[in-house]
Design a protein around this ligand. Structure first.
Ligand code: DGY
Length: 434
């Protein structure tokens, strides 16, 4: 086994906390939804019981309406802001009585993660038994989305907070902050005591983040009220691509376990509606890429980001469109002075390769891109994404994000945000074994 893989295993072991993983020490001391899913893929390679436990704990925090929160506050700590006392998940009548959490969610990766765990498993029968135990909860989560997050019945679900997107500080949200008149909050940031402030969102951005939560809390996190009133209401291509990818995985997994015909039919009918609408509404012909749609202000947000390419992973684009997408990616992001794949368009003036989601390369998006490119037959570019990812980690360590500019990696200081970051380690293990 390579040294790098051994080190990655050490990172995962050190971030394990009895029944779940933290994304990294200090900066993120609880369980995060999409982190957990992606971390389980890494564990599946060397410790299947932990991979299963990770998912079981996540699903144990599911609400009675199928919703899965973005952070589960397993412990009390004042090293993270905003914590459980700010989020007040108890306001929602369906929230978990066992765990305190946020009242927002994150990209629904769990369906495809179950399929990845099955792919990796050396004991398929035992893994299918595990899948049988948890699959209906994942289905209920999808049902929640289509019932509560799709007000126009389009097959596309909305997110109501930038933290739901996973791409928390993307420059795309700047256009939404411009429409808001958030109050100035007084609070003590914790993230900037762990990480250099130049790599994190600004105080003004945090005001917006808190204000959206306050509006939702004023209505006890009621989905209908949020759809009516939240100033942030976006159809996000990454989020919807994850849901579509997970729908497909659930269809295949239900078939494998001799599953429920009604659920398979429902999943198929979601796909039949979602995929064409995704292609019709979220593709920008002029940019040659998928973009976000601002449902509150009824306008597309016309920026290219790594999220624009994530539909490849869910097999959403036609063959011809996939080609256009890859051409856009290579012309804007693929310059040989850049590592693939910056999180935001390096040719745009809002690009900042040092700051949280405003430009750096992320391992989770690279892992999706690698798989998406391969599925669509772009093997050479997929290999470049894999090689770039490994090189970034080799040169810097298991950081949360990396400068996309090659010249910044001469001295091993091109990694930013949290260090010993779980999904960077987990997905590297998977890449090394593919
Ligand atoms: C943070 O604190 O920035 C988290 O990523 C929110 O999910």
């Amino acid at each position: 086994m390579k040294v790098l893989e051994k080190n990655a295993i050490e990172v995962l072991k050190s971030n394990w906390r009895e029944s779940f993983s933290i994304p990294c020490a200090n900066l993120y001391p609880f369980q995060w939804f999409w982190d957990s899913g992606l971390i389980a893929i890494g564990f599946a390679h060397f410790d299947m019981p932990k991979a299963e436990k990770e998912i079981e704990t996540l699903l144990d925090a599911q609400w009675a309406n199928g919703f899965i929160p973005h952070i589960i506050f397993h412990t009390e700590t004042d090293t993270y802001f905003p914590g459980a006392d700010f989020h007040r998940s108890d306001l929602h009548p369906d929230s978990s009585k066992k765990y305190r959490s946020t009242g927002m969610t994150q990209p629904p990766v769990t369906g495809f993660v179950l399929q990845e765990i099955y792919r990796i498993s050396q004991d398929k029968k035992a893994t299918l038994n595990f899948i049988k135990k948890v699959i209906d909860k994942v289905y209920d989560n999808h049902d929640y989305f289509y019932k509560n997050r799709d007000p126009h019945n389009e097959g596309l679900v909305y997110i109501y907070h930038n933290w739901e997107s996973g791409t928390d500080n993307s420059p795309i949200w700047d256009d939404i902050w411009d429409t808001m008149n958030s109050p100035e909050y007084t609070f003590e940031r914790r993230d900037t005591t762990h990480v250099d402030a130049s790599q994190r969102p600004s105080k003004r951005e945090y005001d917006h983040y808190l204000y959206i939560i306050d509006i939702a809390k004023d209505h006890n996190y009621d989905d209908q009220k949020i759809a009516e009133l939240s100033p942030f209401l976006v159809q996000d291509p990454l989020f919807n691509a994850m849901l579509i990818k997970s729908n497909q995985s659930l269809i295949e997994l239900y078939k494998l376990i001799g599953g429920n015909i009604d659920k398979v039919n429902q999943l198929k009918s979601w796909q039949d509606k979602s995929i064409p609408k995704f292609n019709e509404k979220l593709f920008d012909e002029e940019l040659g890429a998928y973009v976000h749609y601002d449902l509150r202000n009824e306008r597309p947000l016309r920026f290219v980001s790594s999220s624009s390419f994530s539909p490849l992973f869910a097999n959403i684009p036609s063959k011809e469109r996939a080609k256009t997408l890859v051409e856009t990616m290579m012309s804007k992001f693929g310059n040989e002075n850049q590592y693939l794949c910056a999180s935001f368009d390096p040719t745009n003036e809002r690009f900042n390769p040092k700051k949280y989601w405003r430009g750096p390369v992320w391992v989770n998006l690279n892992w999706m891109l690698y798989n998406g490119l391969k599925q669509n037959g772009f093997n050479d570019i997929a290999e470049r994404v894999k090689k770039d990812t490994i090189e970034l980690i080799e040169k810097n360590g298991f950081y949360e994000y990396f400068d996309s500019r090659k010249e910044m990696h001469e001295n091993g200081k091109g990694g930013y945000g949290g260090n010993n970051f779980s999904w960077s380690a987990a997905l590297l293990i998977d890449l090394l074994n593919q």
